[in-house]
Design a protein around this ligand. Structure first.
Ligand SMILES: *[C@@H]1O[C@H](CO)[C@@H](O)[C@H](O)[C@H]1NC(C)=O
Ligand SMILES: *[C@@H]1O[C@H](CO)[C@@H](O)[C@H](O)[C@H]1NC(C)=O
Length: 630
């Protein structure tokens, strides 16, 4: 089964590496998206995380930026997005934005802190042969993503359906499931994922003082049900610490509208005597029966789940496992998975399949003014309408509600628009078949569902905002050379140059995310760039902590900014942005001085007179004289 493991912002785009703790090979995301710019978390946070989070891709431009994957139709995937901010932009401000799968909102992304990983997982059936994962700007901050992973799952697992109504017909649709928790009960706590889990699900260890955990060395048969529960998950279980007490497991989804989809995995791991019986009932929320007279199979996994959602009026789910009268042994459980449904579930639509169904994104930021034209109603196949960043005025027209295939309307940043939502449109929003994006200040009618991160004293470790999973257990370096930032870098102003000073962001734009490498050496790499139509060579200095390197950089900037010569590479500018140092030179399309002297560049070889002249001028380093001579 093929994994897709993307390290976002990994450059160059052909780069790959094998992550040390998981042995998973990651590739760059560049072939799956054509927008965004690459970034890198602050060095001081790197030791906390696995390599796939060291770089990232951010999206300062555009409302909606999408990754596109060509996959087999109707295949089921576990999709995992990882977000580590790591102060990559130096703003020390945690971004907030949304994540979509196709046109459906998957979740809002929130970050706990600069050095915390937020991980979101969804189990999703690819409706057509194309899957889009999109980052949606929802406010002023810039969306970004650190890593995106796709793991194929067996089609006959995690099958959940909900009833949907359309044109008076009720039918069942596949539900996408968002991971809330996936826990197991080992005696020594450790996170578990690939390659112990063939699907690379992340299993979180759980322990508390009301339960005891036991393990067996015997092999557990995990073949039934296609869930492929890993051996090290299957071979331990928890029991109530006091054998005469029931086993209690509870969690709080924090959102009263959300549902729980629950998967419990059981196997008998103890050797039962001939007169011993382990049999129990499972009830939830004060008495509803989930399973009766259940006896776990000896050394064989049984998975119990419901195909339809369980709801709860207060968002809490409380499961009780009670011994039956004939049982001589306390209840047990080996592993538990909890999923919730996706906030705005819409049918995934097939975009771009004919001209009429094209998203008319071109209309965004195109200086449209006046009222929203009724001509749009004629575009019956339209699925997404992006009229953001225009100067539209007037009312939101009713006809938008009659456009059957329309699932997304973006009207943000049209300051003159009257944002009163017609009832017919509101109805479609309430029915969750349409997303309307309008400026928040002016009133957004659909509720922003707060992701509550309250983990109750009960059993569940929240996986959705999982912070520890990626932390590499290593002693922190006490002598991280971050002090250089405060001391040496504060002398920025001493670099005097009349030439351009560029930000890292500008460097990224200039080099198109470091697309073309011109050369490399001990100092770093040189990339081809384009600065407002002028060809440039961008020398990125290797990331360095030594202050003499920084001083060398300063010296080179100061020297080169005084020297100009058409055969010496002129300095166009530099970048001293955070820990990114770069020098931007004129691009010598005809090769440099050395090549011209040797005739290697194929063109004209320098005459001896000219060589002498160049040597003299360079030695004098006098700008005015040089420009006079040439
Ligand atoms: C966020 O990260 C910090 C530093 O690693 C840690 O101390 C803190 O507990 C984390 N926050 C949460 C909510 O996990
Ligand atoms: C177990 O629970 C029972 C009933 O609550 C109690 O009587 C008993 O003392 C407990 N046993 C231990 C070892 O705590």
């Amino acid at each position: 089964m093929r994994f897709i493991s993307l390290t976002c912002g990994l450059i160059p785009k052909s780069a790959t590496y094998t992550e040390k703790t998981t042995n998973i090979t990651y590739i760059s995301d560049a072939d799956f998206i054509d927008s965004g710019i690459v970034g890198r978390i602050d060095d001081s946070y790197k030791t906390l995380f696995q390599q796939q989070t060291w770089t990232l891709r951010s999206f300062p431009e555009g409302q909606r930026n999408c990754y596109t994957f060509n996959l087999k139709e109707n295949s089921k995937y576990l999709i995992r997005g990882t977000f580590v901010y790591g102060n990559y932009d130096g703003l020390n401000q945690m971004p907030e934005f949304d994540l979509h799968v196709g046109p459906n909102k998957w979740t809002s992304v929130t970050l706990e802190g600069v050095a915390n990983a937020s991980i979101y997982e969804i189990i999703h059936v690819v409706a057509h042969d194309r899957l889009q994962v999109c980052l949606i700007k929802t406010g002023e901050t810039t969306p970004f993503i650190s890593s995106l992973e796709l793991r194929p799952l067996n089609n006959n697992t995690y099958q959940c359906f909900t009833k949907k109504k359309e044109n008076n017909n009720t039918y069942l649709t596949h539900e996408s499931l968002m991971s809330f928790a996936r826990i197991y009960f080992p005696q020594t706590p450790s996170f578990l994922r690939y390659d112990e889990d063939v699907h690379d699900r992340v299993w979180v260890p759980y322990k508390n003082n009301k339960t005891v955990s036991l393990s067996t060395n015997l092999t557990i048969d995990t073949s039934s049900g296609s869930y492929n529960v890993p051996q090290h998950v299957a071979n331990s279980a928890i029991f109530p610490a006091n054998a005469s007490h029931p086993l209690n497991i509870w969690w709080d989804i924090g959102d009263t509208n959300a549902h729980s989809y629950i998967y419990m995995h059981f196997a008998e791991i103890q050797n039962l005597g001939s007169n011993e019986i382990r049999e129990f009932n499972i009830t939830y929320n004060g008495g509803e029966v989930w399973e009766s007279f259940f006896r776990p199979h000896k050394l064989k996994i049984t998975t119990i789940f419901s195909r339809t959602a369980l709801s709860s009026s207060d968002g809490k789910f409380n499961f009780t496992f009670t011994m039956t009268e004939s049982s001589t042994l306390p209840p047990l459980i080996n592993a538990l998975e909890v999923y919730t449904d996706v906030e705005n579930l819409l049918l995934e639509t097939h975009q771009d399949e004919d001209p009429k169904s094209l998203n008319i994104r071109k209309l965004a930021a195109s200086d449209l003014n006046g009222a929203i034209t009724p001509d749009i109603a004629g575009l019956t196949q339209l699925r997404e309408l992006d009229l953001s960043k225009n100067d539209l005025s007037g009312e939101l027209p009713d006809f938008l509600a009659d456009m059957k295939l329309l699932t997304l309307i973006n009207l943000k940043r049209n300051p003159k628009l009257n944002l009163t939502i017609p009832d017919s449109l509101q109805q479609k929003i309430d029915d969750k078949v349409l997303i309307l994006l309008i400026d928040e200040k002016l009133g957004r009618k659909f509720p922003l569902v707060a992701v509550t991160v309250s983990v109750v004293a009960g059993v569940i470790t929240l996986l959705a905002i999982l912070t520890i999973c990626f932390i590499v257990a290593r002693k922190k370096h006490s002598e991280v050379p971050s002090n250089i930032n405060s001391e040496t870098r504060s002398t920025n102003q001493s670099i005097r140059t009349k030439e351009g000073i560029f930000t890292y962001y500008e460097i990224l734009k200039m080099t198109n995310n470091f697309e073309r490498v011109l050369g490399k050496g001990g100092y770093g790499r040189v990339y081809y760039g384009n600065l407002n139509g002028t060809q440039v060579a961008v020398k990125m200095l290797f990331h360095t902590s030594a202050s003499h390197d920084y001083n060398h950089f300063k010296a080179e900037v100061e020297f080169l900014s005084r020297v100009h010569h058409r055969n010496l590479v002129g300095l166009v500018g530099y970048c001293d942005d955070g820990d990114n140092l770069a020098l931007i030179y004129q691009y010598m399309a005809n090769g440099d001085l050395k090549e011209n002297m040797s005739g290697k560049s194929g063109g004209h070889v320098l005459t001896w007179e000219n060589r002498l002249l160049i040597a003299m001028e360079a030695a004098q380093g006098d700008e005015t004289k040089m420009s006079l001579l040439f």
